[in-house]
Design a protein around this ligand. Structure first.
Ligand code: GLU
Length: 285
């Protein structure tokens, strides 16, 4: 099988050194394996995505010496594809509409029972306010958020979600990673947002399958989300790629770089006269 990987930035700000590390790591691994490297634009959140940031991403990555296959896949153009996935899960009785606001969830989750995790990969674990006792019937609603009934979803799988980690999670996790108790530690994640159609978790899983990604190479900040992705692959009968999570580039205070760190934007270093090799040196590649 041809090695196939991707770099999937969201065009919501400038690429910084952390993005460069992720993109170059994935690119170098693909080239070393005579494989394929895709650039994918994760612009599912149209309220924050901007064409100007996308243009800057293309420009910065070309300047760094990266090449990718065209056409570039954009999530904003694939909403019907994500809807197919949602419909399948709806028909399996695994989704339910949720009208809770963030404030509702905070209020309901503020009285935790002893021994119950408060936070999962998506923030506060959903307390189950809108979860129905039996799966909803009728057509899938399009005007509300849809959550995955995690306990019911896990029941559909014959084995707990498991993936192969060839890099490392934030606590050194590597090799075969099996998730237990996701109903308690992850909870009912959102798979469709009212304003977006699909959430990151659903779109990334469908995109990786459609692009035949064999190796997902990305930062450790997404390690905890991987169990959700593998669960969705199981439910939708999609193949699971191998996962390689890498360490994060941090600033002097140990904080990981974020989009708003314009000071460390590739574009800033370029305008100050840095070369692509300087960037590689800065990030230890
Ligand atoms: N778009 C995501 C991000 O910028 C990355 C998604 C992924 O690699 O799975 O953090």
């Amino acid at each position: 099988m041809t090695f196939c990987t991707r770099f999937a930035p969201s065009p919501t700000g400038p690429l910084h050194l952390g993005h460069a590390f992720s993109a170059i790591t994935a690119y170098d691994m693909a080239m070393a394996a005579s494989g394929i490297f895709h650039l994918r634009i994760d612009d599912i959140d149209q309220s924050r995505s901007r064409p100007a940031w996308e243009a800057q991403i293309f420009d910065d990555l070309h300047w760094l010496g990266l090449n990718w296959l065209t056409p570039v896949l954009r999530q904003s153009e694939r909403l019907p594809r994500y809807r197919d996935g949602l419909l399948r899960l709806w028909d399996m009785g695994l989704l339910y509409p949720c009208s809770c606001t963030r404030a509702d969830i905070r209020a309901a989750a503020s009285a935790p029972q002893e021994g119950v995790a408060l936070h999962g990969p998506d923030g506060l674990i959903y307390p189950g306010t809108c979860r129905p006792a039996t799966p909803p019937v009728g057509p899938m609603p399009t005007d509300s958020a849809l959550r995955l009934d995690m306990a019911r979803a896990l029941d559909r799988l014959s084995t707990p979600p498991t993936f192969t980690e060839t890099g490392e999670g934030p606590n050194g996790e590597t090799g075969l990673i099996t998730s237990q108790n996701m109903a308690q530690t992850v909870g009912d994640v959102v798979l469709a947002r009212r304003e977006m159609g699909a959430s990151y978790h659903l779109s990334v899983v469908i995109d990786d399958a459609d692009q035949r990604i064999t190796h997902v190479i990305r930062g450790q900040d997404l390690f905890e989300a991987t169990q959700i992705h593998v669960l969705l692959q199981g439910l939708l009968a999609l193949p699971s790629p191998l996962y390689h999570h890498h360490g994060l580039i941090r600033d002097e205070t140990g904080k990981r770089l974020a989009k708003r760190d314009d000071a460390r934007a590739i574009a800033t270093y370029r305008s100050e006269g840095a070369s692509p090799d300087d960037i590689r040196r800065m990030i230890g590649l």
